[in-house]
Design a protein around this ligand. Sequence first.
Ligand code: ASP
Ligand code: MG
Length: 413
Amino acid sequence: MALYVQKYGGTSVGSLERIAAVAERVKLTRAQGHDVVVVVSAMSGETNRLLGMAQQLDPDATRREVDVLISTGEQVTIALLAIALNQCGCPAVSMTGDQVRIHTDSAHGKARITHIDTEPVRAQLAAGKVVVIAGFQGRDEHNAITTLGRGGSDTTAVAVAAAIGADECQIFTDVDGVYTTDPRIEPKARRLSTITFEEMLEMASLGAKVLQIRSVEFAGKYRVPLRVLSSFADGEGTLITYGGERMEAPLVSGIAFNRNEASLTILGVPDRPTVAAQILGPISDANIDVDMIVQNTLGDGSADFTFTVNRDDFRRARALLESTATELGASCVQGNESIAKVSIVGVGMWNHPGVARTMFRVLGEHGINMQLISTSEIKISVVVDEKYLELAVRSLHDAFALDREPQEQPMGG
Ligand code: ASP
Ligand code: MG
């Protein structure tokens, strides 16, 4: 007998029929003798609808009240699922984040879980109930409701699984696992039966939207056995694994991409220490995340400095950079809002320089110019013109034979 945390996302609880189907699945797990804690999202579209209403009244509504509002989406689904479970003869009880006592900091809209009291949940499990917990929400020390950021129900599920020591945290979603790349771009994309935690973290932060990044970080910290699978079809899904060498580690496991990028370049800044800090200081003070950074020394005492930001932050970042440019006497600021980042990810690539060569050759053969490159032990990211994104993803998927099982893939080079 095992203890499972099962998380169902917005599309999986998107209608009463879907909620009834989830109840059947939970009941089945119970019938196999396991204990189950369920974490649910709001019905699909609901969080956006609620946010839209707040926006209409006041675009600058206080974040405390926005959290009170948007946390109601999940309160609806816990009640409906608990009703459906009880109705089909599977005793269940719903709990809000506050009732569980999921404690968070006070960063409304992107709060972090600080700790979870496990007693209320354990007591209900001991009484033979399925516990249905509202994802995405908690409470802070001032007794205010907080939310964890978009996609935050994943993090609730992983955090609850860690707190109660679940045997597995199962994330049920509308795809049947983690794919080599987004099947909407490359129909030959293949489901991975396993992916290492490090690879999953890269895939999530590089734009593969299967899991909220924070949930992956949380899973890694507490080594929560985590599986992504479909609520619409049966299957094994994808298991996230920790440590341990994989016998057949492929060089490249997947391709991630992100369209929501923009780059900024400041040309002709003085080439001396502290300039980089001067350029990025105002950007980070404004809470703008910077991703890739490249500096070119020109040899005449000046340098060019390029970095990338989220496209949503582009205008703000550009304005800040322009005033820095004036202060530093730089020649000009250039921006590009139509770039995309494409990354190959794989724990097997760290000691294979041939992987980079293959990537660059393939892009070159397709006439795709790389504007920026950055690497880590397990990934290589390049920035390309947005219009080449699909072509880049498909040709790399082909070149690394990702449509085939690892043992059939060529060694690259
Ligand atoms: N309902 C929230 C959202 O739409 C949280 C979640 O679904 O995980 O972002
Ligand atoms: Mg989600």
